[in-house]
Each structure stands twice: as structure tokens, then as C-alpha cells.
Design a protein. Structure first.
Length: 189
């Protein structure tokens, strides 16, 4: 859920409209060339917020305005809008995202795909969207120990970079990776 109140200043009008399901405001904002892929304080886009509320009308409108279903700055958990739609078990939202070419095989920070988070309504839709012959995450993990770790670290680095570009570091600790020493140091925020 979106946080509200004091300190929630990086939420745009588009985020508010998507979070509240205000289609009229979304249409107005999209028509005014508002950046539909701008991230909020949680590094979620309006499309993430619409998926979180299971609002297919808002998802369809945002996708029609060229919102990226595979955003390059997923939230701090590494979730794309499809992860949220699957987790919230919103078949209409997931179907719209898949139709817009959302990647059903993308991994979050923990190596989870949208399919692994899907509820019973979305799971059949997601399973049908996997490429022919694609192994499940479990089969992949059994066959390869190093690659999931590399994927996990790449996702962490991608999200960390997005967080830095966004100008916000959240959480009690920030982990900074020292590429020369190859170690991680925790520093207090």
C-alpha cells in the first residue's frame, strides 16, 4: 500500500490518481504529457499503484499512454507491475500487462517471478504466458547454483542504482558495495 502523510512528497498527481482509481484525473494528466513512468518515494510508478489496487481501467489507460510494463526502475523489492498484479491475484490487470508484453520471467530481488507470486485466478493465465519449454524457477535453481546468485546481485545493483538516481535511500541501513574491495559495508542513514 502507498504511504500517506508527512514525508510522502515524491508522489505525483498521477500517482495519487492511480492510487485512488480516479480515471477522470488520469485522463487529464496523461493528456497533459505527464511522465507516466515517474517513480514515487517507493520507486513505484503509477502503473504499480494501479496494479496494487487491482484497477484494470487505470492499468489500461496507463498502458495506452505508453506506460512501461517492464519499468526499468522497479520498486525497492524489485517488483514490476506484473509482480503486483500476480500477487494481488488480479487476472484483468495481469492480462492487460501480458498483452502489453510485460515479461513474466523477470525476477525480483529474491529470485521470484510473477508466476511464483500468482494467486489461483492469475496462475493459469501466467502459466500459459511462459515461453514454450521454459523451466520453472525451482527447476532452474536445482540445476544452477551460481547463476541465481548473479541474477540476484544484478537485481540488487539495478534497484540500488535506481534508488540513487531517484535521490532517495530508504530503510534503516543502506548497503554500499565497494567494487574494488568486493565487500559490503553497512552505513547508518
Amino acid at each position: 500500500m502507498a504511504r500517506e502523510g508527512e514525508g510522502f512528497k515524491l508522489e505525483t498527481e498521477l500517482h495519487v490518481a492511480a492510487r485512488q482509481g480516479d480515471v477522470k484525473a488520469l485522463k487529464r494528466l496523461v493528456a497533459s504529457d505527464t511522465d507516466v513512468d515517474k517513480a514515487d518515494v517507493d520507486l513505484y510508478t503509477p502503473l504499480h499503484r494501479a496494479c496494487d489496487r487491482k484497477d484494470a481501467a487505470c492499468v489500461e489507460l496507463l498502458l495506452g499512454a505508453q506506460a512501461d510494463p517492464n519499468v526499468s526502475h522497479p520498486g525497492l523489492d524489485g517488483w514490476t507491475p506484473l509482480h503486483l498484479a500476480a500477487w494481488r491475484d488480479s487476472r484483468p490487470c495481469a492480462a492487460l500487462l501480458l498483452e502489453a508484453r510485460a515479461d513474466p520471467a523477470v525476477l525480483d530481488w529474491y529470485g521470484k517471478t510473477p508466476l511464483s507470486l500468482a494467486g489461483h485466478d492469475v496462475k493459469p493465465l501466467m502459466a500459459g504466458s511462459q515461453p514454450k519449454g521454459a523451466d520453472s524457477w525451482e527447476n532452474f535453481r536445482k540445476g544452477c547454483v551460481m547463476q541465481p546468485s548473479a541474477v540476484h546481485l544484478a537485481n540488487i545493483e539495478r534497484c540500488n542504482q535506481a534508488s540513487q538516481e531517484h535521490g532517495e535511500q530508504q530503510g534503516e541501513f543502506v548497503v554500499s558495495f565497494d567494487s574494488k574491495a568486493g565487500s559490503a559495508a553497512k552505513s547508518r542513514l
